[in-house]
Design a protein around this ligand. Structure first.
Ligand code: PAF
Length: 283
């Protein structure tokens, strides 16, 4: 593996664990950005933030098999290691690790499953059964190995962020969870590793997601929640995407919102050219 920068170090998990032990002994902080690779500008902005806010930043690249409920999706998931390394080359204090499945799921890591209850069955959970169990398991094990001071997550995966906060509390990890704003193209498309699978036409079609989120924001208060949900779905259907769900939920509980007095987040999941895209907005 040729390194693209003298500042970036590609470490084995064992080397990383030793390095982090020394950093923490010196009361320095470790910022951690877990990824599945196929990095884009959105990841980079999170990594840069973690680099500024901590003494070192660790990026893991691990396509986690247990969070894919569809084998085809796992096989097709983009893998672009050389490009990933180039993208991060100028970040200082960066350590990159690409652990093996056997290391992340080592039997030596004591994992007691944590039932996230209703959150595993709603929104993403309803359409991707088992997905969040896989996310909880992998993050538990990665946090256990890496022992970060802060862990960074994008708000694009808002439900994942909510669940990460729960798991950190449940397992009593001394980790601060940092939420990062969704990074968008100038047209409004939320950056996602999956966007690479879209044609140019698909990228344009996918903008209906952003337009619909803004439509919901504009319509807030003009109708009740159910009314806005209905007209928003009608608006969405003028585009070319296949809607999986459009929900208006309470920001904290992720339960269906019943009034605009609540802090309401609109969630959308839809297929564009067979690529599943998600986005959300606090409206
Ligand atoms: O958001 C992701 O890329 C993944 O769910 C994560 C947090 C890296 C766990 O595999």
């Amino acid at each position: 593996m040729s390194l693209t920068s003298s500042q970036m170090k590609f470490l084995s998990i064992n080397e990383l664990v030793l390095k982090i032990g020394k950093i923490l002994d010196q009361n320095q902080t470790v910022g951690y950005v877990p990824t599945m690779g196929a990095l884009h500008e959105g990841h980079l902005s999170i990594i840069q933030r973690a680099s500024i806010e901590n003494d070192i930043v660790v990026v893991s690249i691990f396509v986690n098999p247990t969070q894919f409920n569809n084998v085809e999706d796992l096989v097709n998931y983009p893998r672009t290691l050389d490009e990933d390394l180039k993208l991060m080359a100028h970040v200082s204090n960066l350590f990159v690790v690409q652990p093996e499945v056997s290391q992340v799921y080592s039997e030596k890591i004591p994992y007691l499953p944590f039932d996230i209850g209703r959150l595993s069955r709603t929104l993403e959970g309803e359409f991707r059964p088992g997905h969040f169990d896989g996310v909880v398991h992998v993050l538990h094990n990665l946090f256990h190995l890496i022992k970060p001071s802060r862990a960074y997550f994008g708000k694009k995966d808002f439900q994942q962020l909510t669940i990460v906060r729960m798991l950190v509390k449940h397992y009593q990890f001394p980790i601060e969870v940092v939420a990062c704003e969704t990074f968008r193209s100038k047209e409004g498309l939320a950056l996602s590793s999956r966007n690479r699978l879209l044609s140019l036409r698909g990228m344009t079609d996918a903008l209906i997601i952003w337009q619909t989120l803004n439509f919901v924001k504009e319509k807030k208060y003009t109708l009740d929640i159910k009314g806005v949900k209905k007209v928003a779905k009608d608006f969405f259907s003028t585009g070319n995407l296949k809607l999986e769900y459009l929900e208006l939920v309470n920001e904290n509980t992720l339960m269906t919102a019943s009034t605009w007095e609540e802090s309401v987040v609109c969630f959308i999941a839809a297929y564009c050219e067979d690529v599943r895209l998600i986005d959300n907005m606090l409206v």
